[in-house]
Design a protein around this ligand. Structure first.
Ligand SMILES: Nc1ncnc2c1ncn2[C@@H]1O[C@H](COP(=O)(O)OP(=O)(O)OP(=O)(O)O)[C@@H](O)[C@H]1O
Ligand SMILES: [Mg+2]
Length: 544
């Protein structure tokens, strides 16, 4: 009935307005009796319309289930009276705050809040929504900063997304997957040469606080410019200043047009932090299913695990090791299993995941890091020791590995990377031992000099990604021993000069490397010749 009276009211006011406007024009011949005639007929017609519709049975009674909040805590609420609510269903509180039904107990429902708990009162009503959480996906998100529910956090305006996708969905079946065979160029020499990542791979970045984890991942995003890879950066539980820094870097270096930033800051409700990586994954997945390549960065999953632990403890789930709930492994594996390379018949798209995890006191065998190491296809380990020595990026080559990316690496890398890994690990060991001995034989001395030269060549500044050919030329110069005798501070200068001269002096080499061809003997010679010339121009050996 209330609907009927609303319709009637609006019809009446519209009609009166039309009548008044007509009489105001001056050419109206309506007198007050006509007013009531017109009104009567309009009301009659409207009522008839409403009755007809009702008679056709198009008006249905939809039962709505309402519950009552019995307890509100930091990030969770308990609700009585939603007997048919389903697991993970979205529920809505008075004032439009959202929550997810997590614990379904016989007499109450434990709800994880996606909005501040201060918006919810004990005793207020909760409504079922009959749907699970979904987020807007698609092209319109590119260049945007959103929260894990898809609400814009930037000041560009509404999203206007045409499509939505479920936040949680099944990982592609094994038969839908193809081997990883296309490289994902990170632009960082030490990674691309020694720990190569392929499109569709999951590579963990782990290390202590402030060791350059975010910097490495952001550099990878910067390197995807003009490479047709969509990047999703998902910040979970990070400091606002750090997230703002990343967004500013992406904007400044023109990476936003192909990127999406999903933010659940450290001050966001734990429920939002918990859903953030799944939402980011759903956004990346959309592009994968369109046959495109996407990269998703989770910064970082230790904060995600902590947010989940907080929720679980508040919801009184039994705590296990380090107080994490029993399904902590499952929440990360079901997330990372969604990243893959799809078969050609399904579009051949890929979704690469770079989860980040923070270690404490370099303990990579702590609970969450070991879990993630076992879920991913390899790890890039950053250490504070190397960082403090200024060896940046501070990648510990000995403890880093890529289990699938080798197949995808460009053929030309084999010329430099083949023995480099082994040599470099041996050099690091030798360096530690050589500290104790004062007299070294000539062979050891040469190995140490070569190792130091390679280490210098592997160093790389932030925001300076290199193309594969630039990387190969610099590393080849180092492994051929050309940097052995020059002072280490001159290596960076020589490398920069080499990179500068490359397009002009060896254009055919660039083409063949990009075309995934092996380096021929004559190409190697040409590189060595150019490197000699460059070294000569930046440094002359002191006369004996
Ligand atoms: N290759 C590099 N060259 C120079 N500086 C770098 C390099 N990589 C990282 N840095 C600097 O190191 C600092 C720490 O980097 P970053 O914030 O990426 O570390 P993090 O491991 O993500 O830290 P947190 O644990 O706090 O998230 C930053 O100031 C960054 O600019
Ligand atoms: Mg960081």
């Amino acid at each position: 009935m209330s609907n009927e009276s609303n319709v009637l009211n609006s019809v009446l006011s519209e009609t009166l307005k039309v009548i008044r406007d007509t009489s105001a024009d001056g050419d109206s011949k309506l007198v007050p009796e006509d007013y009531s005639n017109v009104l009567n007929s309009v009301v009659g017609e409207t009522l008839q319309l409403i009755r007809d519709t009702a008679a056709k049975g198009e008006w249905k009674l939809v039962p709505e289930e309402h519950g009552v909040v019995t307890y509100v805590g930091q990030g969770i609420a308990r609700v009585k009276g939603l007997p048919h609510v389903e697991s993970e269903e979205l529920v809505q509180f008075e004032g439009n705050a959202l929550g997810i039904a997590f614990n379904l107990d016989p007499d109450e429902v434990g709800v994880v809040l996606l909005d501040e708990s201060t918006m919810i009162e004990s005793g207020s009503q909760v409504r079922r929504t009959n749907r699970v959480l979904d987020v807007p996906v698609g092209e319109s998100l590119l260049g945007r900063v959103v929260d894990p529910v898809g609400r814009p956090l930037d000041d560009i305006g509404p999203l206007n997304a045409q499509r939505r996708a479920l936040v949680e969905c099944d990982a592609p079946a094994i038969m839908d997957r193809a081997p990883v065979d296309v490289p994902l160029a990170t632009g960082t020499k030490v990674v691309d040469a020694l720990i190569p990542v392929g499109r569709g791979q999951r590579e963990l970045i782990l290390g202590d606080r402030q060791t350059g984890k975010t910097a490495l991942a952001v550099d990878c995003v910067l390197n995807q410019k003009d490479k047709n890879v969509i990047c999703v950066y998902c910040a979970i539980g990070q400091r606002s200043s750090s997230v703002a820094g990343v967004i500013a870097d992406l904007r400044k270096r023109q990476a936003m047009p192909y990127s999406i930033v999903v933010v659940a800051g450290g001050d966001a409700p734990p429920g939002l932090q918990y859903t953030a990586p799944y939402a980011a994954m759903a956004m990346g997945e959309y592009f994968m299913r369109q046959g495109r390549d996407a990269l998703v960065i989770f910064d970082d999953l230790s904060c995600h695990a902590r947010a989940y632990r907080e929720l679980s403890l508040l919801l009184r789930r039994p705590p296990g090791r380090e107080s994490f709930p029993g399904d902590i492994f499952y929440i990360h594996s079901r997330l990372l299993e969604r990243s893959t390379h799809l078969r050609k018949e399904l579009g051949g798209g890929s979704l690469t995941a770079l989860p980040i995890v923070a270690t404490e006191e370099q303990n990579i065998s702590a609970y969450i890091p070991t879990n993630l190491i076992s879920i991913t296809d390899g790890q890039i380990y950053l250490t504070p020791g190397l960082f403090q020595k200024g060896i940046l990026p501070a990648v510990d080559v000995g403890k880093s590995v890529s289990r699938v990316g080798g197949e995808a690496q460009l053929a030309a890398y084999r010329a430099v990377a083949g023995d480099l890994r082994l040599f470099y690990s041996q050099f690091e060991e030798l360096e530690v031992f050589s500290r104790f001995g004062s007299r070294l034989d000539e062979r050891t001395r040469r190995t140490l000099a070569r190792g130091r030269a390679v280490r210098e060549a592997l160093k790389q500044a932030q925001y300076d990604p290199l193309s594969p050919s630039e990387q190969i030329v610099v590393l080849l110069s180092a492994t051929e021993g050309l940097f052995d005798d020059i002072p280490s501070e001159r290596v960076a200068e020589a490398s920069a000069r080499l990179r500068q001269l490359l397009p002009e002096r060896l254009p055919s080499l660039l083409e063949s490397i990009e075309a995934n061809q092996k380096l021929t003997a004559s190409e190697r010679e040409a590189v060595v010749k150019l490197a000699r010339e460059v070294i000569h121009s930046v440094w002359t050996p002191p006369s004996q």
